[in-house]
Design a protein around this ligand. Structure first.
Ligand SMILES: *Cc1c(COP(=O)(O)O)cnc(C)c1O
Length: 429
């Protein structure tokens, strides 16, 4: 695509964009009476316009039906998760039975590790990416200790080569093979939160399985952003939050994936609760846990209907947009355009003030662009926000900008580049 750094080019792109109409389905935060150019969907997605109504329906049911809402109303709460499962499955490339909304991300990660991190005397090690999101590091360290091992010995971190920011698949695969005899688990993010690198999930899974390990992914930054294929890639388990690219609101309900091949494995440990019990006989309240087959069997407590309603509002937009195909197609263009506009800023000021550390290859990234800014980086970021462009800041010097296909436009991206150039000229760099 031959991009042009002009407003008219950006507007033409928007006119040709089949997802452009979905922008109106979202509510934008404002500052000084003007909406933000919101490039922070990697952290918290925007509120769907329909969220209030969809949630309101369940508040009405609670008011009018109270306890009978579990079995009555348009969408009885008892089966509410079934509606979500149907819509979650295409987003992560899974069968509906393989996914279920429940809890929150780090809680689900712990529950999955109970089932899938089963260290044996010799096989007790875990391979993960260096610089993973801190919550994942803490979860894994505490699980390793829980099993009586030392995290320093049990956790192997794969780091970028000297002078590089992202990981090479060959290096990940080599580390897995080197440790094959001792490896219990490979656990990676789908997309690294800091660099925006989308790992080669399929290659990592194949390497992990060849080494005799279980392979799981944290899709916090991947679910709803890139078209992952959890089932076809033979991934054992995964979890994600829905409040980033899936717009379910702060603290929104998490998602959990268990590959179908594990459904009949009775030897898997799990922390059980009544909601994971076989649905048809749950209310007989009998002794002895019998799990519902599939991901639903990992539920513990009764359904979180209100957070599910918020997630449902957003999932309906994904469905109307045609799920990940059209979203990914726009995402590639929009992100490439953002990188292009940043290059244009560097060209105009005559040196590389902004270094994009997100992979150049579009197959190795989602929407997020992570930029290392030299000079007064924090000052640049603060000026962007003051002028209504909201990205986010990661210490020590990284600005993350994520143009989200469902609600960002090419005009948003053009205006961001224009503003960045203006700020760069103003601030002594
Ligand atoms: C956002 C994020 C989390 C957040 O976890 P919560 O339990 O939802 O607070 C965890 N892991 C990764 C990789 C993330 O990006």
């Amino acid at each position: 695509m031959n991009f042009q750094n002009t407003l008219s080019f950006a507007r033409t792109m928007d006119q040709q964009d089949p997802l452009q109409k979905f922008r109106d389905e979202f509510l934008f935060p404002q500052q000084n009476g003007k909406p933000f150019i919101y490039l922070c969907g990697n952290s918290l997605g925007l509120q769907p316009r329909s969220a209030r109504e969809v949630l309101g329906k369940e508040l009405d049911n609670w008011q009018n039906l109270a306890v009978e809402g579990w079995f009555e109303g348009e969408r009885p709460w008892m089966f509410y998760h079934q509606e979500l499962k149907k819509l979650m499955a295409p987003i992560v490339g899974a069968l509906p039975a393989e996914v279920c909304p429940m809890n929150t991300l780090t809680v689900n990660l712990h529950l999955l590790l109970v089932s899938f991190y089963r260290p044996q005397q010799k096989r007790f090690k875990i391979i993960m990416e260096a610089g993973a999101f801190p919550s994942d590091q803490y979860a894994l360290e505490s699980q390793v200790r829980f099993h009586g091992y030392d995290p320093a010995e049990a956790i192997i971190e794969v780091a970028p080569r000297a002078g590089e920011y992202t990981l090479r698949t060959a290096d990940i695969v080599a580390r897995i093979a080197e440790n094959a005899d001792e490896l219990a688990l490979v656990l990676f993010g789908g997309i690294n939160y800091f660099t925006g690198q989308w790992f080669d999930m399929k290659a990592i899974t194949e390497a992990g399985h060849a080494a005799g390990a279980v392979v799981g992914f944290d899709l916090a930054h991947a679910a709803g952003n890139v078209p992952v294929q959890l089932h076809d890639w033979d991934i054992d388990f995964a979890c994600w939050c829905s409040y980033k690219y899936q717009n379910s609101g702060p603290g929104g309900i998490g998602g959990l994936f268990i590959h179908e091949k594990h459904f009949k494995d009775d030897s898997l440990n799990r922390f059980a609760g009544w909601w994971g019990y076989q649905e048809s006989t749950r209310f007989k309240m009998e002794k002895g846990f019998v799990p519902e087959p599939g991901a639903d069997g990992w539920q513990i407590s009764c359904s979180q209907v209100m957070p599910m309603a918020l997630y449902y509002a957003s999932l309906q937009i994904f469905e109307a947009a045609g799920f990940m195909g059209p979203i990914r197609a726009k995402s590639k263009l929009l992100t490439a355009y953002l990188i292009y506009t940043i290059d244009q800023v560097n060209l105009a000021i005559g040196y590389q003030q902004y270094q994009v550390i997100t992979p150049e290859n579009e197959n190795d990234r989602g929407t997020q662009v992570s930029i290392i800014a030299s000079g007064n980086a924090k000052g640049v970021f603060e000026k962007l926000v003051a002028h209504n462009v909201l990205g986010d800041w990661r210490e020590p010097n990284v600005i993350r900008l994520s143009p989200v296909p469902l609600y960002n436009s090419f005009e948003d991206v053009f205006l961001t580049g224009e503003l960045l150039l203006k700020i760069s000229k103003e601030i002594a760099v």
